[in-house]
Design a protein around this ligand. Sequence first.
Ligand SMILES: Nc1ncnc2c1ncn2[C@@H]1O[C@H](COP(=O)(O)OP(=O)(O)OP(=O)(O)O)[C@@H](O)[C@H]1O
Length: 239
Amino acid sequence: MTDTRRDEELLAVRDLVVNYGPIRAVSGVSIGVHRGETVVLCGANGAGKSTTIKAIMGSVPASSGSVHLDGQPITTVSAALRARRGIRLSPEGRQVFATMTVEENIRIGAHQLKATDRNTRVEELFDTFPLLAERRRSRAGDLSGGQQQIVAMGRAMASRPRLLLLDEPFLGLAPIWIASVSDAIRTVQAAGTALLISEQMARPALELADRGYVLKHGSIARRGTADEVRSMALAEEYV
Ligand SMILES: Nc1ncnc2c1ncn2[C@@H]1O[C@H](COP(=O)(O)OP(=O)(O)OP(=O)(O)O)[C@@H](O)[C@H]1O
């Protein structure tokens, strides 16, 4: 018997429509992410990237269409339950808990693990993200944007997700921090975690990706390998 699960997509979004009242933000989007794969969703401001990511996480409802994780429908499942099933989001604007330390932020991310596993996981994260270990006792709000991005990713990785959603991880970062966040993303990839990255600044994200989609006015305008999407994005000035 062949192992069809290996070929099956980890995340399958089909014909997703999201309306905000009378505004249609996402209009029939179909995307897939395989196990261990990195996929970029790029497009201009307002194209519908964040809304697609939020609908996958379950923080905005799908008006129609479906979302499956590992072949199981999760379209109407709460965000909390999706997190338990292995999807985690590092949101646009990082949204770290500014008055808490880096370690406290990471511990919050680990809350769904068994109590006996939490300390081990937190130490594992400090081993894999040395930049977090260096700032372990710093207030998260005192860190630079790039450092906060890595805190947000560490917090999301604390529960060992199978799929990590990154919404605009490079937004507003200086080149040196783009390089550090790229390194942190490579660490996530090395752990075997699948990634879906929403990014207006497509170039650094596509350098890390296997495949990409280009969203325009709420619909998928293009799709292809990272190289193909990079050429399209260059021609259309997304990068
Ligand atoms: N809460 C909301 N209520 C009403 N309209 C919204 C809301 N959030 C987003 N929109 C609209 O939905 C469309 C898609 O927005 P979305 O934030 O998903 O795009 P985006 O590609 O992520 O853009 P950005 O790069 O600015 O985050 C835009 O027209 C936006 O104005």
